[in-house]
Write a protein that binds this ligand. Sequence first.
Ligand SMILES: [Zn+2]
Length: 318
Amino acid sequence: MTPEERFLKIDNNYSLYKSIQLNIDKNIYLGDKENKQCRFCKKQQPEVTFNTIAHAIPEFVNNHRLISYYECDSCNSKFARTIETHMGDYMNVYHTLSQVKGKRGVPSFSRGGEKSRVDHTSEGLKIDSFEGERENFVINEENNTVTFKAIRATYIPIAIYKCLTKMALSIMGDEELVNFENALKWINEEKHDESEFNIASLRCIFSITPGPLPHDFTTCMLFRRKDNNVDNVPYMQFLLAYGNYTFQIFLVMSNKDSNSGTSIMTPIPTPFDIENKYGKPDYKILDFYSKEKCKDDEVSLTMSYERMVKKDVDNEDE
Ligand SMILES: [Zn+2]
């Protein structure tokens, strides 16, 4: 489908319900500062505290501005542990290569037990490669590209889908949140493999757009089904765009949806589908339904570079 056909397909069924663009230099606060109630556990002060700054979407997706008043400290630390760490680990290698800044700056990556590593420094991407270790990159000097290979830290796929769902539920208004009580219960579960919900498929459209930080600020959007929708589609979908990446999911378990039928996902077009001098976005459909730990997952990513400086190093600095 062309970007225009995709746009029409989306427009037949959905309208934009909420859009937040973080191209601003002051904070956006969600919720009521004076009457804080956690939307995830429904508790209020003094039963729970609200001392930690709660980012409505995680810092590792380049959010330093969107803050929520309706997430208590205990839910905040629980979500960090149960879901956000998995998505952070999944994206870590990509974030290094595309210079997406998280809480502690741009992450680095290395393979366990080996000295070879890739860091982002003020001079550019720094690759330390040691003989005798597995090559973690392949340089193609004809095309000026380098393909990085790395092993992801262990992660649980379903946690990534829950992490995206949690972002969607965080930016939603109260008037829509009432339609997602089961989704709230689902993301609140402490253990992914002891769930009262069973979902056969959790597909996500993931895209990588080439070039230096095409989505230089983070955007998140919710699309809501139109009353006169043409196709049988789920009630809401969520789109997150930041750095070189987009994630698009259907929100599951809305009481506005029946469980019948499968829906075709159409990638929501971005301006880079129409024009990008570094190349069009590459779309993939991923399925994050698994509750099992995913170990030794190899990831590769090809990037183009302008120039390369090779340095021979006899000893490590340390
Ligand atoms: Zn809470």
